[in-house]
Design a protein around this ligand. Structure first.
Ligand code: C6P
Length: 420
């Protein structure tokens, strides 16, 4: 099948049901240990609709060539598709220009890029960077590294017992020597939504730019980088139904323009002699080497898919699942929900008294139910709650109330097994 226009693959979705959405995802027909797969590990990675799989296959079947290099037809086609994907990312997050969209491997690489290219040249031993206590390691370690390189201080805004960002502390911690604020938009371990508008407003009143880690938020909350007025926004394609190994860094043009390249190599140059190199324009200055062309095209297809359904419809469905699951698990003796923020989305993290999270995950897997168990790459946050880890169910558009029922039945079974 030749696929030229992904938009044609999905009819307007308002009239479609969750059952239709499920049919778009072939992996949901898999069985695990003889049971229908119940996939509740969407915060780790989402499954891929057929249109994304088809887009990658179509690219390799009909278009594969390197980009920005060839005069031949295939190379021009590949370049058009790759740059078309960049336009889709721009539209999806409402950036002003495609110059502001840098393709990267994912959120992790995007944050490392900003740490090394924006922060490092600006930091001295008198400066500081602010993060929060609920950051993923990807939004902690790059800042620790750059602080070690420059002598700058890493300041951490605490979260309260519900897992909410302590804004009042933030207002005290930010100061004249703060060079950057980097916070998650939606916590992967708690589901808390960070008050990013207030954070950005306050940071900007101090002249401090803000990076948002949008790894989780991108598939649950509508992102409008211009309305948010954030300075950098990082996300991964695989968490929004796209392929692994591709993501995007949004940066305001003036900031990106002033930053040196992150890596050197082909495509990021305009001219090279042994004496010196003139760098390419944005965003290519930050895309050294052959990029993940198929991945970018797959990401474009994923964003088409989400846009056709509409994030409002997705969020409403996920809200229903989260409320339904929260109500049911609250009746399970010994179950404690970790993360009870007022503003929350799509993630249910919990512990069961006397039962290790890995045991919960393993027993549920025997029933075909996939959740994540452990520290969720947020070890300092686990320490804040005095835990080694939690069990985490995370919902997506294709999950159903029946699947939540299966999870709850599985948790009752876990308790029974540990009673003996
Ligand atoms: N969280 C989870 O199970 P990468 O690996 O670069 O695509 O994304 C890293 C990352 C950064 N920030 C947040 C808030 C995240 O949730 C993640 C990835 C997965 O929670 C895998 S550890």
């Amino acid at each position: 099948m030749k696929i030229d226009n992904q938009e044609l693959l999905h009819p307007p979705i308002s009239a479609r049901t969750v059952e239709d959405w499920r049919n778009d995802f072939p992996i949901l027909r898999e069985t695990v240990r003889g049971k229908p797969l119940v996939y509740l590990d969407n915060a780790a990675t989402t499954q891929k609709p057929q249109s994304v799989i088809d887009a990658e296959v179509a690219y390799y079947t009909h278009t594969n060539a390197n980009v920005h290099r060839g005069v031949h037809t295939l190379s021009q086609r590949a370049t058009d598709r790759y740059e078309g994907a960049r336009s889709k990312v721009r539209r999806f997050i409402n950036a002003a220009d495609t110059k502001e969209i840098v393709f990267v491997r994912g959120t992790t690489e995007a944050i490392n890029l900003v740490a090394q290219s924006y922060a490092r040249p600006r930091l001295t031993a008198d400066d500081n960077i602010i993060i929060s206590a609920m950051e993923h390691h990807s939004n902690i370690v790059p800042w620790q590294m750059v602080c070690a390189q420059t002598g700058a201080e890493l300041r951490v805004v605490p979260v309260n017992d519900a897992g909410e960002f302590e804004f009042d502390v933030f207002a005290k911690v930010i100061g004249p020597r703060t060079k950057l604020v980097a916070v998650t938009h939606l916590s992967n371990a708690l589901g808390s939504i960070t008050p990013v508008r207030r954070i950005i407003e306050l940071a900007h009143s101090h002249g401090v730019p803000v990076l948002l880690d949008g790894a989780q938020a991108v598939s649950h909350l509508g992102i409008d980088v211009r309305a948010l007025d954030c300075d950098f926004y990082a996300f991964s394609g695989h968490k929004i139904f796209g392929p692994t190994g591709i993501g995007a860094l949004y940066g305001k043009e003036a900031l990106l323009e002033a930053m040196p390249p992150y890596q050197g190599g082909g495509d990021m140059i305009r001219s090279v002699t042994f004496g010196e190199t003139e760098y390419n324009d944005l965003p290519y200055k930050f895309e050294a080497g052959t990029p993940n062309i198929a991945g970018a095209i797959g990401l474009g297809a994923a964003l088409d898919y989400v846009s056709a359904i509409g994030l409002d419809a997705i969020a409403a469905h996920e809200r229903d699942l989260l409320d339904y699951a929260t109500g049911l698990v609250s009746d399970i003796p010994g179950l404690r929900i970790v993360g009870t923020a007022q503003e929350k989305a799509s993630i249910l993290s919990f512990t069961l008294t006397g039962i290790h999270a890995h045991d919960i995950g393993t027993i549920l897997d025997h029933g075909g139910i996939a959740i994540r168990a452990g520290h969720h790459c947020a070890m300092p946050l686990m320490q804040r709650f005095g835990l080694s880890g939690t069990a985490r169910a995370s919902f997506s558009l294709y999950n159903t109330r029946q699947e939540v029922d299966a999870l709850v039945a599985g948790l009752h079974k876990v308790r029974e097994m540990f009673k003996r």
